[in-house]
Design a protein around this ligand. Structure first.
Ligand code: SF4
Ligand code: SF4
Length: 285
């Protein structure tokens, strides 16, 4: 099954508020905005019709101290429990953008494995802890990841909103310049390194990655037929070797490895209870 149609249709559906561009309503605020998509798509994008789960988690944590966005977490947990990190590979608009950017001819660079852990710092520190605990005198925090880091927010909202609403341009300051600089750095990194943001920095990917070893649908690898040709590694957008652990937390279940394995050693199916995988999941990332 081809992924590209799923990625394109998902991107178009989540960013389909074209009406607002003509009606002078630069952000859709209708009832669909209460629903979180299970992918990374900025709430404030002029075309967005759904909420971003990472934005929702920060908004709730920041607005009412010590509360967690159980609703957003529930959606992510339900998706993660069934398919693990598959949403990153099949429906995320920002993942699709990175796949197109990596097609630009350029020298290609590997990503040090240690950087894969940065996304957990972003998730726990900037999405959950700081918005809840770094608050003003009224007990209200800020969405720190959205405000200071998120390159998807800058690309989808930070740049188009001032273009569509000139009255916003006077509010652009040093933080805006920092965010645009971060966006430029990430875009350049995405050209030279495959899915650089997903692998290192995405807090949504960090949430889903916790489910890869537990999800109903999972990857399997057959040690007896594998010839260690590394074709799976060459094709993998996340830099993974399936034989080191078929359900590594960074696997986005794009299934490129399965489709290109010359010996058919990789499969994707629902877990058989009481039937252990042919290999233990030893790969930590
Ligand atoms: S592509 Fe298949 S045979 Fe080759 S190393 Fe990967 S799992 Fe083994
Ligand atoms: S291990 Fe296979 S399914 Fe997972 S990201 Fe790499 S190519 Fe895709």
């Amino acid at each position: 099954m081809k992924r590209r149609p799923f990625q394109l249709i998902s991107t178009l559906i989540t960013n389909s508020y074209v009406y607002g561009l003509f009606a002078g309503e630069i952000i859709y605020r209708g009832p669909l905005k209460y629903f979180c998509v299970p992918s990374f798509n900025c709430y404030s994008c002029p075309l967005a019709i759904f909420a971003c789960p990472i934005g929702a988690m920060q908004a709730v944590a920041a607005g009412f101290a010590y509360q967690v966005a159980f609703y957003a977490l529930g959606i992510l947990a339900a998706v993660g429990a069934v398919v693990g990190r598959m949403a990153c590979g099949w429906i995320c608009p920002f993942g699709l953008l990175q796949e197109y950017l990596y097609k630009i001819p350029s020298p290609k660079l590997p990503i040090p494995r240690a950087l894969n852990y940065a996304k957990y710092v972003f998730l726990f520190l900037m999405v959950l802890l700081l918005p809840a605990f770094l608050v003003n005198e009224f007990g209200v925090g800020e969405p720190y990841f959205c405000k200071f880091v998120c390159p998807a927010g800058t690309l989808e909202a930070g740049i188009p909103l001032p273009l569509l609403a000139p009255q916003l341009r006077g509010q652009l300051g040093a933080v805006y310049a920092v965010k645009v600089s971060i966006l430029v750095l990430f875009l350049a990194w995405m050209v030279v390194s495959h899915r650089a943001f997903c692998r290192t920095s995405c807090p949504l990917g960090a949430v889903y990655s916790l489910f890869n070893r537990l999800s109903l649908y999972s990857m399997s690898w057959n040690a007896t037929t594998c010839i260690k040709c590394d074709e799976c590694y060459k094709q993998c957008p996340m830099g993974l070797k399936v034989y080191e652990g078929p359900n590594a937390s960074n696997c986005i279940r794009c299934l490129k490895c399965r489709d290109n394995c010359p010996t058919g050693s990789i499969t994707y199916s629902h877990r058989k209870l009481h039937s252990p995988s042919p290999v233990s999941d030893t790969n930590p990332i």
